[in-house]
Design a protein around this ligand. Structure first.
Ligand SMILES: Cc1cc2nc3c(=O)[nH]c(=O)nc-3n(C[C@H](O)[C@H](O)[C@H](O)COP(=O)(O)OP(=O)(O)OC[C@H]3O[C@@H](n4cnc5c(N)ncnc54)[C@H](O)[C@@H]3O)c2cc1C
Length: 431
């Protein structure tokens, strides 16, 4: 982790050095000097933060394994306001600075930019796309739009980044007549582009042409919940751990253009893989109607919700409804000697997805499975209830998966039961 932070810090240091290397004291004292220097600094910081944003969610296998997608997405969200904020400061201060330098009003300066500076129109479009993507990611906006709509808007960010590079090189004072800094800056963007194309296109293409996944069978396992068994080749080479997920794209009408994350609900049994899906919205509902033979593209595996994350051989698995899927695969991956207790939560007994399989796997390790069935009012899952079911709770690693509200409640209960944070592992079915 520290290595990644150090790497990001070195990158920022290099970016600031590029900025400082071309600034002069004389320029500061000239009309608009401070605004221009501030604007260039904000531009460099904003552009570097944008590069980080893209790399954090590029699904780079090394980063995914070391950090996990859910944490990378959280970092992405933390860096995003800095990127957007710095670029907004850049736009305002550079405009005011140039206006002062040229003794123009701000509106005239903007007109100058648009019609007389190379690549500025592209830069303005890039800024507009950035603003739209960031506003659409705000909680209030996200709640009002379909996931796919948000996702398509977010795709335009790649276009925004590409459109912005040209004005940096062709108008940016730090680059005009400075070949070294131009080469260094372009190298940054070439590396970012290579990471994205490599991780999001080349790796999945190579892997999927090797595994040739297709739908073999679709089976209803609980009301509104279907297990999809997939068949493929060379699955024995798939380096996947129980608890991990893939981004799945099903090449069928209405489904081929977007991928969704589903955890494996059992360890691979070559030539078969299995996922179990609850019909929640349009895509997950359509999956129940997939025909055998449908081609499947899988990106991944991703996630650090695995047996390797545990710190002891005493484990508690807590899953609600379809949230049991990664726990079912993870349980199978636990060494035989592991002391396992599982708690399955559902409103009705039918909601306890893969209950029999879980009982068999946990039983084979000498463990017990507790079913907690009933409404939220009927079933309390606070620290006291958890300790009653699991007296040695504080000595266990706790793995929890389910809807966000449920995972939050179980984490609070585990903390209340003196389980240290580093022993609590959460998989939330929403990023
Ligand atoms: C790491 C992870 C593992 C998951 N594993 C399983 C599983 O094993 N079984 C299962 O039934 N569900 C699982 N889910 C949830 C599943 O991905 C969503 O229910 C599904 O994507 C919903 O899509 P939809 O079009 O049917 O519904 P929508 O109505 O489009 O979406 C419903 C909700 O699902 C989320 N969602 C939608 N599309 C995506 C997407 N492409 N990426 C991330 N989130 C999305 C959104 O937050 C949205 O609020 C998992 C989610 C994550 C993040």
């Amino acid at each position: 982790m520290h290595a990644l932070e150090a790497l990001a810090g070195i990158g920022l240091g290099g970016t600031l050095a590029l900025f400082a290397g071309t600034e002069t004291g004389g320029a500061l004292t000239s009309p608009g000097g401070w605004f221009l220097a501030g604007g260039r600094l904000a531009g460099f910081v904003g552009a570097y933060a944008l590069a980080l944003l893209v790399v954090l969610v590029a699904r780079l296998p090394l980063l995914e394994r070391a950090v996990g997608q859910d944490r990378l997405v959280r970092w992405h969200r933390t860096v995003a306001p800095w990127a957007v904020g710095s670029i907004a400061v850049h736009v305002v201060t550079i405009t005011v600075g140039y206006a002062e330098m040229s003794h123009l009003g701000v509106v005239s300066q903007v007109t100058q930019f648009l019609f007389h500076y190379p690549d500025m129109l592209a830069a303005v479009v890039a800024f507009a796309l950035l603003l739209v993507a960031s506003f659409s990611s705000h909680r209030i906006a996200r709640r009002r739009m379909r996931y796919e709509t948000w996702w398509v808007i977010h795709l335009y960010l790649y276009l925004a980044v590409a459109l912005a590079v040209a004005h940096q090189i062709h108008v940016g004072v730090p680059f005009l007549g400075h070949t070294d800094s131009t080469v260094a800056w372009l190298a940054l963007w070439v590396v970012v582009a290579a990471i994205v194309v490599g991780s999001r296109v080349v790796v999945p293409l190579v892997r999927n042409s090797r595994h040739q996944l297709r739908v073999a069978e679709v089976l209803e396992v609980a009301p509104g919940v279907h297990s999809l068994t997939l068949v493929g080749t060379h699955l024995e080479d798939l380096a996947v751990a129980g608890g991990q997920f893939f981004q799945w794209r099903f090449l069928a009408p209405g489904l081929w253009w977007h991928s969704h994350p589903y955890s494996l609900s059992a360890l691979p049994q070559p030539p078969y893989l299995r996922v179990t899906v609850k019909a929640l919205g349009d895509q997950s509902t359509l999956l129940s109607r997939l025909r055998p033979g449908t081609r499947v593209i899988a990106e991944g595996p991703y996630g650090t919700f695995t047996a390797d994350a545990r710190t002891s051989d005493r484990v508690l698995l807590v899953g609600a409804g379809v949230g049991v899927t990664p726990l079912r695969a993870l349980a199978e991956d636990l060494p035989e000697r592991t002391d396992v207790i599982a708690i399955l939560r559902g409103t009705t007994p039918e909601d306890l997805v893969h209950r029999d399989e879980m009982t068999e796997i946990v039983g084979a390790r000498g463990g017990v499975v507790h079913d907690l069935v009933g409404s939220r009012h009927q079933v309390r899952l606070d620290a006291r209830a958890l300790r009653r079911l699991v007296p040695d709770l504080a000595q266990r690693d706790v793995y929890v998966c389910g809807p966000e509200g449920f995972t939050r409640a179980v984490v609070a209960a585990a903390r209340g039961g003196a389980v240290p944070l580093e022993r609590i592992h959460v998989e939330s079915f929403a990023f």
